[in-house]
Design a protein around this ligand. Structure first.
Ligand SMILES: CC(C)(COP(=O)(O)OP(=O)(O)OC[C@H]1O[C@@H](n2cnc3c(N)ncnc32)[C@H](O)[C@@H]1OP(=O)(O)O)[C@@H](O)C(=O)NCCC(=O)NCCS
Length: 136
């Protein structure tokens, strides 16, 4: 069974294995945990048989007006089972008293987010690839 938690309390780095699929410079499990701990909001999907985190979403926020969702990932073997959708729904619920909720995504994911109530918007961004693993 998949259980959902909105806190990193009690989560150990080794429960966060195998994420950042396809990234050239992958943050370590320890860095991943710190990213989640430093986020204003986090939702984890955990496989209760293995106690591994198999999906997560985080949001950084001023908690008054706006939030940005930088990361959402479900491990490949758990995809296409509705877990990504559930993580977004739960996060949007947590953020429902904020005015601006933004994220960036690939063109192919636009239908996924549209179905969940988000609208396409123009965006600009910059990537410092030397810090893709995190700056720790
Ligand atoms: C995007 C991601 C989180 C989706 O997780 P998931 O658990 O497979 O998603 P769900 O099973 O809840 O799928 C929800 C819907 O989106 C669709 N969908 C899922 N991934 C999709 C993709 N890559 N492109 C287009 N549609 C997609 C599903 O077909 C499903 O549609 P349905 O409700 O009509 O059946 C997952 O593919 C992932 O981790 N990708 C790599 C990281 C990434 O791209 N994250 C997003 C950053 S913006």
């Amino acid at each position: 069974m998949i259980i959902y938690k909105n806190s990193t309390k009690g989560i150990k780095p080794e429960q966060l294995k195998d994420f950042f699929v396809g990234w050239t410079h992958q943050p370590s499990n320890e860095t991943h945990l710190q990213i989640l701990q430093n986020s204003a909001f986090v939702i984890l999907a955990i496989d209760d048989r293995t106690e591994q985190v198999i999906g997560f979403i985080n949001a950084i926020s001023d908690k008054i007006l706006s939030a940005y969702i930088p990361l959402l990932e479900v491990l490949p073997e758990y995809r296409k089972q509705g877990i990504g959708k559930e993580l977004i729904k739960r996060m949007l619920d947590e953020l429902s008293n904020l005015y601006m909720i933004d994220l960036c995504c690939d063109e192919t994911l636009k239908p996924f987010y549209k179905k969940l109530g988000l609208s396409p918007m123009p965006a600009m961004g910059k990537r410092n690839y030397e810090f893709q693993k995190g700056n720790l």
